[in-house]
Design a protein around this ligand. Structure first.
Ligand SMILES: NC(=O)c1ccc[n+]([C@@H]2O[C@H](COP(=O)([O-])OP(=O)(O)OC[C@H]3O[C@@H](n4cnc5c(N)ncnc54)[C@H](O)[C@@H]3O)[C@@H](O)[C@H]2O)c1
Length: 261
């Protein structure tokens, strides 16, 4: 596995208009990548692109296969073949067990979006024998977001898709990575009704998006699949696998604490 070369690379960052995506786009740009900032919100994506030399902004719904294909074609026409795809757009879908609409949106944005992107960019990377894709899942994809079933389950799907791609394409020179943070100070956490925030605060430190961006760059350079900006997530995952009944009991206690029972 060779270290990823950022200088001159064409990089797509979805969900790039804010939060983690904005910080990662800035970092990639600072390292010399030619960045396409993609988001549902074109005005905010354009503001981010304007702050990065040579970057462009595009509007696309990552949960729509035709929109993803058109966006990829447009990036490749403007900047050339995509070397790095940061599949990061995500939504907060709570609370509780969720209604059908929350599940449908979550599956599209946290599941199918990564599949649509992979279909468009991975065959070309494999043919060229180089390239990288990073999928933003969440610590909830390894453990749990106790207050949202759709978020938890579809983030597990994000992790599984990244692992599947790593096994199937990792021998073709394409490096696959999965980002699984806990709390990060972004509009997803600081906005809204604060329901998810109390759970994140109870689970550990809320870190800055720039810290996450630095971890993403380090993992791309080191060829490391799992990106854990909160290292304790690895310990929690080990505890889960070692004794699920004990882990579930601990999670029930944490839920009671977060819910104020
Ligand atoms: N903030 C956290 O604590 C945290 C923790 C773990 C994982 N994550 C994940 O990190 C990723 C980035 O989240 P963030 O915290 O920066 O949130 P954010 O809300 O700041 O950014 C998400 C961006 O995605 C965009 N987006 C949403 N749906 C889209 C769609 N269908 N098509 C295109 N763009 C779309 C939004 O417009 C927004 O700009 C998400 O996948 C999120 O689930 C966040």
């Amino acid at each position: 596995m060779t270290s990823f070369e950022f200088n001159g690379a064409v990089a797509v960052v979805t969900g790039g208009a804010g939060g983690i995506g904005k910080a990662v786009a800035a970092r990639f740009g600072a390292l010399g990548a030619r960045v396409a900032v993609v988001d549902l919100n074109l005005d905010r994506a354009q503001e981010v692109a304007d702050s990065i030399p040579g970057a462009i902004a595009l509007a696309a719904d990552v949960g729509d296969p035709d929109a993803v294909a058109a966006m990829v074609a447009s990036v490749e026409a403007s900047l050339g073949p995509i070397d790095l795809y940061f599949s990061n757009a995500g939504i907060a879908t709570g609370p509780g067990l969720g209604d059908d609409e929350a599940w449908e949106r979550s599956w599209r944005v946290h599941g199918m979006a990564h599949v649509y992107a992979a279909r468009c960019v991975i065959p070309g990377m494999a043919q060229r024998g180089s390239g990288a894709m990073v999928i933003t899942a969440s610590a909830a994809g390894l453990l749990m977001m106790m207050q949202s079933a759709p978020y938890t389950v579809t983030k597990h799907a994000s992790v599984a898709i990244a692992e599947w791609l790593a096994v199937n394409y990792g021998s073709s020179g394409v490096s696959l990575h999965c980002l699984c943070p806990q709390g990060v100070r972004t509009p997803m956490v600081t906005g809204g009704d604060g329901a998810g925030r109390s759970e994140l605060e109870a689970s550990g430190e809320i870190i800055e998006p720039s810290v996450v961006a630095a971890e993403v760059v380090a993992a791309l350079r080191d060829g490391k699949f799992l990106i854990l900006p909160h290292p304790q997530v690895h310990e929690y995952e080990k505890a889960k696998v070692a004794d699920r009944d004990r882990w579930l009991a601990g999670m029930r206690r944490l839920l009671a604490r977060v819910a104020g029972n």
